[in-house]
Design a binder for this molecule. Structure first.
Ligand code: SAH
Length: 238
């Protein structure tokens, strides 16, 4: 091929590749905006800051390749280790319930795919997230690095115990279900803080919102939900 033809050829290939990649991005953007409208706003999520976090975070980066086309659908999806990435509405509902401020430090128990942590990271100062499976933690922290979410700190460990060295937390979110509210998490919640946690042993649990004010704790059940169980380091349910 002559040099000039070769340059034209390379130029065309570049244009084609750029078009197909940005075409894919556009279609994800469209799906994401539709998800926000039909799954979140229509069900009463109105806080613009929360909705904006969902506009920013690319959910498709957090799902397994075989589920890519379902990334923005109204359901939880399987991830590695038999765990799940929560349904978008549940992620939004729990985030909304925490009423986060930009200065808040947040503890998450159950990193999983990392999607919930990525949403929280848009709304607060820092997210400390604990995951019991090392493989999930490794994968999530790689995605955080790639997407430049520098205010998320991950560790492998048993989140039942919280993260004592980083406590107290202005907000705590638990994305796996124990049979009761772990005492270490109650102790690590700052005064004026909020915790959202699914509690129960059956298939369906209650989402509990706990608040601490002047040293006193109050709690209410806000929604029936279905989460994977909280496990100890031998794989037994709490
Ligand atoms: N927030 C996640 C949801 C993951 S499902 C997301 O956005 O994708 C719940 C997660 O809790 C699973 O990854 C599971 O491995 C983890 N988990 C279960 N028991 C745990 C424990 N004791 N400590 C920390 N993580 C736990």
């Amino acid at each position: 091929m002559k040099r000039k033809n070769f340059v034209i050829y390379i130029h065309c290939v570049t244009i084609f590749l750029t078009m197909s990649v940005s075409g894919q991005d556009n279609s994800y953007n469209r799906e994401r905006y539709k998800m926000i409208k039909t799954q979140l706003q229509s069900r009463g999520i109105t806080d613009n800051k929360v909705l904006n976090a969902f506009r920013i975070v690319p959910r498709h980066e957090f799902v397994l390749p075989e589920y890519l086309r379902y990334a923005y659908t109204d359901q939880p999806l399987p991830i590695d280790e038999g765990q799940t990435i929560s349904q978008p509405f549940i992620v939004a509902y729990m985030t909304d319930a925490l009423q986060l401020k930009k200065s808040d430090r947040v503890l998450e128990v159950g990193t999983g795919s990392g999607y919930q942590a990525a949403i929280l990271a848009q709304l607060c100062d820092s997210v400390f997230t604990v995951e019991i499976f090392e493989s999930l933690e490794t994968k999530a922290s790689k995605i955080f690095k790639e997407l430049k979410y520098h205010n998320i700190v991950c560790k492998v460990g048993d989140g039942y115990l919280g993260w004592k060295e980083k406590a107290p937390f202005d907000a705590i979110i638990v994305t796996c279900a124990p049979s009761h509210i772990p005492k270490p998490l109650q102790d690590q919640l700052a005064d004026g803080g909020r915790m959202i946690i699914p509690v129960g042993e059956g298939q369906v649990q209650h989402l509990i919102l706990m608040q601490k004010q002047n040293g006193k704790k109050g709690q209410k059940s806000v929604l029936p939900v279905r989460f994977v169980p909280m496990l100890d380091d031998e794989g037994l349910k709490y």
